[in-house]
Design a protein around this ligand. Structure first.
Ligand code: FAD
Ligand code: DHB
Length: 401
């Protein structure tokens, strides 16, 4: 291996998921230089099937960044969702309750749009960066070392943004840290099918056999999920079993029809919650799944990642453009209250809709909560406000003396 090639930038961003990529655009809009370091290939990052629902503050932010042209053309605006309780559907109308809708647009489409726009604008994203490791984060000259093939490289910077997801390295550099965690006794089997959706709203189904979710990606692609055992193996779920189980749990006796078709992607996702605090150590700031994981019910993971970096970009601007480095200390306390509100919402959606066991007392409590939401405008509005997206947190205003 030859000499280390060192580059300078203002912000080194670790990870090209929604958090890292949106941050790169927010910084560019503020005239702040950055480099994104991603361990995977561009094809891999653009191919991952993950979340699919955008909150309205997320859509607004993407529009403000000028990266929502395809989203506005191809995204599906949904005015609400349906809750199916033991086979009977109930409509929750977000537009009526909050004035806002949600947009169904796959995470991988968001990621593709962000990468294309960044590269077109001359931004730097290093794909297939191996052994990425930040150092000297307690100094004002951090460095991120990594390898590109056989070449050892290093990026010197002022700030490191840890946007490297739930399996990344950055969270481990926050010392001391507290990690609050919760595991759920089930997982989700998710499939993507070449089958036209039969309606333009998602269905969250509470059923004796367990939870099911009906979602979509486009006019020809359906996205479906089933609650399964936490240690479930994909091999135990041939296509016929998946479709039969979906037909049983979704409200097909209530006038809803389920189109079937070839399954083009499938995976099992664990369900757990965690929050790392603080979300900062020295000149390292964490965002998205690197700092917290929410259970998938309610589709908050990607939206929360983007909410974090909207605050992070302001803090970095304060530190690097206005010399207010002490304001880095405001990042974690500004983000964490919204993180916990979102965590609480995702936990509540998860505990309300899944089957936890055979306890009839617990099942009836779940039915009572669903009855409250489907019969009370106050309760439905509370769900709707959280689902469409709480306003992004903002740094406190500085009062000039
Ligand atoms: P990520 O999208 O995970 O991005 C982190 C990036 O960092 C990745 O590209 C990764 O390759 C890179 N990276 C990791 N380690 C390193 C390293 N050492 N060096 C350099 N780069 C590194 N949410 C929902 O709302 N609904 C869903 O249905 C849903 N399904 C999901 C399925 C799966 C399998 C997973 C893992 C997540 C799912 N989520 C879902 C959650 C949602 O996708 C995440 O919350 C969202 O991706 C968070 O964005 P992020 O940018 O913080 O992290
Ligand atoms: C999707 C995922 C979710 O977790 C959710 O609550 C709603 C929709 C989706 O992938 O479409």
């Amino acid at each position: 291996m030859g000499a280390v090639r060192a580059d300078d930038t203002e912000v080194a961003i670790v990870g090209a998921g929604p958090a890292g990529l949106v941050l790169s655009h927010l910084l560019a809009a503020r005239g702040i230089d950055c480099v994104v370091l991603e361990q995977r290939s561009r094809e891999y990052v653009e191919g991952r099937v993950r979340a699919g629902v955008l909150e309205h503050p997320t859509v607004e932010l993407l529009r403000n960044l000028g990266v929502a042209e395809r989203l506005d053309r191809e995204g599906l605006a949904h005015r609400g969702i349906q809750l199916a309780v033991d086979g009977v559907r109930h409509h929750i109308d977000f537009v009526e309750l909050t004035g806002h809708s949600i947009t169904v647009y796959g995470q991988r489409e968001v990621v593709r749009d962000l990468i294309a726009a960044r590269l077109t604008a001359g931004g730097e994203i290093v794909f297939e960066a191996a052994d990425v490791m930040p150092a000297a984060i307690e100094t004002n000259r951090p460095v991120v070392r990594f390898r590109c093939g056989d070449e050892a490289r290093a990026v010197r910077c002022r700030i490191v943004a840890g946007c490297d997801g739930s399996h990344g390295q950055c969270a481990g550099l926050v010392e001391p840290r507290t990690v609050a965690e919760h595991a759920y006794p089930f997982a989700w089997l998710g499939v993507l099918a070449e089958a036209a959706p039969t309606q333009d709203e998602l269905i969250y189904a509470f059923h004796e056999r367990g939870f099911a979710l009906y979602s979509m990606r486009s006019a020809s692609i359906t996205r479906l999920y089933l609650q399964v055992a936490p240690d479930e193996q994909l091999g135990a779920w041939p296509d016929d079993r998946i479709w039969n189980e979906l037909a049983t749990r979704l409200p097909t006796g209530d006038g809803f029809t389920l189109n079937t078709g070839p399954i083009i992607d499938r995976g099992i996702t664990a369900m757990h919650s965690s929050v790392t605090s603080p979300m900062r150590h020295g000149n390292l700031l964490l965002a998205g799944d690197a700092a917290h994981i929410v259970p998938a019910t309610g589709a908050k993971g990607m939206n929360l990642a983007i909410a974090d970096v909207s605050v992070m970009a302001d803090v970095i601007e304060q530190a690097l453009r206005h010399g207010r480095t002490e304001r880095l200390g405001e990042y974690s306390p500004t983000c964490l209250p919204r993180v916990w509100r979102t965590q609480q919402f995702s936990h509540r959606m998860t505990t309300m809709l899944h089957r936890f066991g055979d306890d009839p007392f617990q099942r009836e409590l779940q039915r009572a909560e669903l009855a409250r939401i489907t019969s009370s405008v106050a309760a439905a509005t509370d769900l709707a406000e959280h689902y469409v997206g709480l306003p992004f947190a903002r740094l406190p205003e500085v009062v000039h003396q």
